[in-house]
Design a protein around this ligand. Structure first.
Ligand code: FES
Length: 111
């Protein structure tokens, strides 16, 4: 089935779930999951597109090395999705090409 996740969650003794938004769609995830894992669980294989070629890029190492998992999280671009734990209500979006930084982000000042 197109769009279905290729990942299967292992059984877990905990029954805690939180909800995040992935590309505007609600997704139930476990506390402690990474944003990249939430993206993959939602059936989205590409985290971003290349700023150079436009080709889709997917989380690869899931340990902060490859930078293929760059996401926009709660409006902040260029976040390594594999290094950020989900939080209830978090808004996760795929990054399309090079991010456009607003003035406050470019100046290093939180918006
Ligand atoms: S998947 Fe490699 S840095 Fe996140």
């Amino acid at each position: 089935m197109p769009g279905a996740s290729k990942f299967e969650r292992l059984a877990c003794a905990s029954n805690d779930w939180i909800q995040v938004m992935v590309e505007g769609q609600p997704v139930k995830v476990r506390p402690g999951d990474s944003a990249a894992a939430a993206l993959l669980a939602a059936g989205q294989s590409a985290a971003r597109t290349s700023a150079v070629s436009g080709d889709p890029r997917a989380p690869y190492c899931l340990m902060g090395i490859c930078f293929e998992c760059l996401l926009e999280i709660d409006g902040v671009p260029n976040v390594q999705g594999c290094m950020v734990q989900v939080a209830d209500g978090m808004n996760i979006r795929r990054q399309q090409g090079a991010p456009v930084l607003n003035d406050s982000l470019a100046a290093g000042v939180p918006a």
